[in-house]
Design a protein around this ligand. Structure first.
Ligand code: IVH
Length: 680
């Protein structure tokens, strides 16, 4: 065999062993034997540099570190899942699905483990791995191709044949428990800090700018779905797709199962729950997905989560510890949250030193006193909470907590109001942005990764900027100069310059991010995105009245009122004007616009009356997803009026103006022409 042939066959043999080991979990040779083959390939490639190929197993670890990650816009958003904890929530999910599909019999579901790792997307073109990205905020992630290439469980080239010209595979990056134990052992030996849990270690590894560091961390990958896919003739069910992906050499959990109806879901949950401890990796629940892709498309999405899938979570882990003190945290909107300071305790994968007590009512209801022995709970990334008190262990010295009458930060009076859901009394500092704590939180929110993404503007810096009265409002950030920063502690010239550069870089946010960054009460990321899509520009949003605001999916009377209140506050308008002054922030309006290639691209649609099976919100989302714009009122610019039962004056007006009136069936038929591909 010529050395060239040997080279090719070595590449194949090594990838085959990777596949045996990482995908089939059935290694056929020892590690030493593998290393020997690998070394031989490296030597041959060094001898014949002209035969080096990017998809060679030796080329998984790239060269120089990146200066920074490049943002990647996801072709279709990477969504999250709604959660269910109790069986009746799963029953309600199954019920909604059957109702939504007007199904007679039981629904076929794909049931899968819910991996406790990080979502990533892998794009293969003509079978070759071209790009890997993190989930990011769901719309935009970061290009981590070089890092993902180092995972031997990710094929650089798909096996077999018949792949689409381009395919985006989605899945989870995680670290197996045994690998994690070894990783920490290594850290200990080197005298370096141990990782808290496999998920954190995986997250850290994925965000390394130097792929050579990522390569030293034992990351693995499991595929659980698809992004968009071009062309027709593909499998029509999710489970068939997973089988197809497995056939192409991608790791897919062996625990996946096609089950039928509610009973099938609950039996799967029991089974996997029983096997949880013996699985090689951490899971925090199971995921159920309607298996039929056409049915998935019909069910569609609510806000950031699909209607066709749900995560059934395992109960959160609990631990017992001592409550040392109750302190008060002042939030962005002034809400005073009592926080339990705890004797540190390891629970749910991390050491917990504090837990939320939510509010005064909650403290009273649970009868929590300072000095008590308490049960704390933590699940996933959720803030730990105090579940209950072990009353039989209450010390005689335990004392009750009293909510202060004045804000512990700014001494403004504390007012009580009922929270948004009308459920609990909230104590609030009345100081508004006069209160340094509220100012700090508002600034931190403004600068946060999912808002304006000003890197380096963290807790400590904001603390100093506000305490020294250098920055009062977000607009002040854009007027900062080196001189002002020079006075701050631990602020070398380099970090000051970096901060100024990061602030400069943040001047072109998407409109959605900008709206979110303003910190309007009850306007989270999803709502901000909808507002941006609906109104298209800041000026139009500012001019919208409550009725127009309520046309936006997710916006009800409370949220509409919060938005109006925010924009009628002169101080807020002043800050916005300063932010957007010449040379300042320019929200990118086009970025927020609807997809330009949808079947309703550029069309203005008005919904009126009650549709037979779609809620107004669902219909609105489908229209927006297809590139349409929703409008509250009918005019000559309206392209379609979708009319349901009891449609009134809008239908009348449409007829007068000669605007095309369609019903739900026609709307769905219109939208369906976009779907020669399985919608995901
Ligand atoms: S499907 C459209 N399947 O859970 C639904 N997600 O809360 C997209 N996850 O960010 C997700 N295991 O990182 C899906 N078998 C599984 C999963 C899974 C873990 C994670 C994923 C996602 C999060 C959603």
């Amino acid at each position: 065999m010529s050395s060239g042939d040997r080279l090719d066959s070595l590449r194949e043999v090594i990838e085959q062993h990777n596949y045996q080991y990482y995908v089939l979990d059935a290694p056929q040779i020892s590690d030493a034997e593998y290393d020997r083959l690998f070394a031989e390939l490296q030597a041959l490639e060094a001898e014949h540099p002209e035969r080096l190929r990017a998809d060679s197993p030796t080329q998984r670890v790239g060269g120089a570190p990146l200066p920074q990650f490049v943002p990647v816009a996801h072709a279709t958003p990477m969504l999250s899942l709604s959660n269910a904890f109790a069986d009746d929530e799963v029953a309600a999910f199954d019920h909604r699905v059957r109702e939504g599909l007007a199904a007679e019999g039981e629904i076929a579901y794909s049931a899968e483990p819910k991996f406790d790792g990080l979502a990533v997307s892998l794009t293969y073109e003509m079978g070759v791995l071209r790009r890997g990205a993190t989930r990011g905020d769901g719309t935009t992630g970061e290009d981590v191709t070089a890092n993902l290439r180092t995972l031997r469980s990710i094929p650089l080239r798909l096996r077999g044949s018949g792949w689409p010209a381009s395919i985006e595979v989605r899945g989870e990056v995680l670290i197996w428990r045994s690998d994690f134990a070894r990783l920490n052992e290594r850290q200990r030996e080197k005298g370096e800090k141990e990782f808290v849990n496999p998920r954190n270690a995986a997250a850290g590894a994925l965000r390394q700018l130097d792929p050579r560091i990522t390569a030293t961390r034992p990351l693995r990958f499991f595929a659980y779905g698809l992004g968009a896919i071009d062309g027709a003739g593909w499998p029509s069910s999710h489970s068939a797709w997973l089988d197809r992906l497995a056939g192409w050499g991608l790791p897919v959990a062996g625990e996946r199962r096609r089950v039928s109806g509610l009973a099938g879901l609950l039996a799967y949950y029991q089974e996997i729950g029983g096997r949880r401890a013996s699985l090689p990796y951490d899971i925090d629940g199971v995921v159920y997905k309607v298996d039929d892709l056409a049915a998935q498309a019909r069910l569609g999405f609510v806000s950031r989560a699909p209607r066709f899938a749900i995560a059934h979570k395992f109960p959160a882990e609990e631990a017992v510890t001592e409550l040392l003190e109750i302190s008060i945290q002042v939030g962005r909107t002034g809400a005073l949250t009592p926080v339990a300071r705890l004797q540190p305790v390891f629970v749910g994968g991390v050491t917990v030193t504090s837990a939320t007590l939510h509010n005064e009512d909650e403290i009273r209801r649970k009868d929590v006193r300072i000095g008590d022995v308490v049960v704390v709970r933590r699940a996933g990334d959720v803030i730990p909470e105090v579940v209950r008190v072990l009353l039989d262990q209450r010390p005689a010295t335990a004392r009750a907590f009293v909510m202060p009458q004045r804000c512990p930060v700014c001494a403004s009076s504390v007012v009580r109001s009922v929270d948004e859901k009308g459920a609990a009394a909230v104590a609030r500092c009345s100081g508004g942005l006069f209160c340094p704590a509220q100012r700090k939180q508002a600034l931190l929110h403004f600068a946060s990764r999912r808002a304006m993404d000003i890197e380096g503007l963290g807790d400590r810096l904001v603390e100093q900027l506000v305490d020294h009265d250098i920055v009062r409002t977000p607009a002040d950030l854009y007027r900062l100069g080196l001189l002002a920063l020079a006075h701050l502690e631990r602020m070398a010239d380099k970090s000051a310059n970096n901060l100024l550069a990061a602030i400069e870089k943040s001047k072109r946010p998407t409109l959605a991010r900008f709206i979110y960054a303003l910190g309007i009460r009850n306007v989270g990321e999803a709502t901000a995105r909808e507002l941006a899509r609906q109104f298209g520009s800041l000026d139009r949003l500012l001019a919208a009245d409550e009725a127009q605001l309520m046309q936006v999916p997710d916006v009800g009377p409370t949220v509409a009122q919060c938005i109006r209140q925010f924009f009628s506050e002169p101080h807020n308008l002043e800050v916005i004007a300063q932010l957007c002054a010449p040379g300042g922030v320019v929200p990118q309006e086009s970025d927020a616009a609807a997809p330009a290639d949808g079947v309703l691209a550029g069309k203005v649609v008005v919904l009126t009356g009650t549709l037979p099976s779609l809620t107004r919100e669902a219909a609105g989302q489908m229209i927006i997803a297809a590139g349409g714009k929703l409008s509250a009122s009918v005019s000559k610019k309206t392209d379609y009026v979708v009319a349901g039962a009891e449609a009134g004056s809008k239908l009348e007006k449409a007829r007068q103006l000669g605007v095309e009136v369609i019903d739900q069936g026609r709307l769905l038929a219109l939208l369906d022409t976009t779907r020669e591909q399985p919608a995901r």
